[in-house]
Design a protein around this ligand. Structure first.
Ligand SMILES: Nc1ncnc2c1ncn2[C@@H]1O[C@H](COP(=O)(O)OP(=O)(O)O)[C@@H](O)[C@H]1O
Ligand code: SF4
Ligand SMILES: [Mg+2]
Length: 323
């Protein structure tokens, strides 16, 4: 069996919350991520979905070592990366790259595209100027751009073109995993499809893996092989993308799916919708965190924490309905 590219286990991130002023006392913790476990296989896209504030970006930052986990393990190609130093850490930073939602803020406005894309090579490799120039032209071509755009600045591009530059930069090293944090959410619908198919094409050509973060199930399902669903910091369901959409098990996933479908006037199906605001990550509800909004909640749901279990092959869910 092939080994995963990335494996996260028991990932947890609590952010301290303090009072302002001189005394600066800690008053609590934002439980941004708790008990998140998943693996990503070589050449696979794992989708990660959930409402805003459920911990998707924090999960991404933990993987990218931009935040330090409170607990948990992150393994890359079999080895633990937390605590890595020196050359091994550099190797990891080269292999795992990121593309954020807003390419304008992630690309330095004063740098030419050539330098933006070359930067990871200058930091992480000993390539000559000529080799770097050649590699930059090569990745520009890979993302569907002409080599002469290398002389331009980010403001000279449209949003979609800027996102292509960000993807080129993410690919320029020997990248094995790209974390895509809502990479098309800020783009026009027509451009979104182009970027998504470009990403699929790159994966088919290069065998790179993606962690594709989004809040729109239809878009994420389109590009993902498997999908993980997060609610209030926890991973509540994980399954093959096709199966998750055909047979969602968690009431939260069911609600997300219904929200993603266009409403039809003749629709006779019961619309299992969720109401109310997402509770605060400062004080998540006890038991199942979803019980305050779940249309199928039972008495035990507010007391017992459901543990995610496999209920059919490659399909796991954290919900007492399936105990
Ligand atoms: N640096 C931080 N300090 C305190 N709380 C944070 C910090 N970053 C994120 N959070 C909180 O953690 C939770 C998860 O945020 P985030 O990971 O950005 O969610 P998402 O990407 O799913 O919208 C939110 O409640 C957010 O307010
Ligand atoms: S455990 Fe209970 S509250 Fe939570 S999703 Fe399942 S039925 Fe709903
Ligand atoms: Mg986010």
């Amino acid at each position: 069996m092939t080994a995963p590219v990335l494996e996260v286990q028991g990932l947890k991130k609590y952010f301290p919350v303090s009072t302002g002023g001189l005394l600066h006392r800690r008053t609590g913790w934002v439980k941004a991520v708790e008990t998140v476990d998943f693996a990503i296989m070589p050449g696979e896209t794992l989708g990660l979905i959930g409402e805003s504030g459920c911990g998707k970006t924090t999960t991404a930052k933990l993987i990218l070592l931009q935040e330090k986990p409170t607990e948990g393990s992150i393994r890359f190609e079999g080895g633990e990366i937390l605590g890595l130093q020196g050359a091994a850490l550099m190797r990891y930073r080269r292999a795992v790259q990121v593309v954020f939602q807003d390419p304008y803020s992630s690309l330095s406005p004063r740098m030419r595209v050539r330098d933006i894309i070359a930067e990871p090579l200058e930091i992480h490799t000993k390539m000559s100027r000529a080799e770097i120039r050649e590699r930059v032209a090569e990745v520009l071509q890979l993302v569907g751009m002409q080599p002469d755009v290398a002389e331009l600045f980010p403001h000279e591009f449209s949003g979609g073109q800027r996102q292509r530059v960000a993807i080129a930069r993410a690919l320029v090293t020997d990248t094995r995993l790209i974390v895509l944090d809502e990479p098309v959410s800020a783009l026009d619908v027509s451009i979104r499809a182009q970027i998504m198919s470009q990403l699929e094409h790159l994966q088919a050509t290069l065998g790179v893996s993606y962690l594709f973060i989004g809040h729109d199930l239809a878009g994420v399902a389109h590009i993902s092989h498997r999908i993980a669903v997060m609610y209030l910091g926890q991973l509540v369901e994980l399954a093959d993308a096709v199966e998750l959409c055909a047979q969602p098990l968690h009431p939260y996933t069911q609600a997300l799916l219904i929200a993603a479908l266009p409403a039809h006037p003749d629709d006779k199906h019961e619309r299992l919708t969720i109401s109310g605001e997402i509770p605060s990550a400062l004080a998540p509800p006890p038991g199942c965190r979803f019980h305050t909004r779940c249309p199928r909640a039972m008495p035990r749901c507010s007391q017992e924490v459901p543990i995610r279990k496999e209920v059919s092959r490659n399909h796991s869910v954290a919900c007492h309905l399936y105990d």
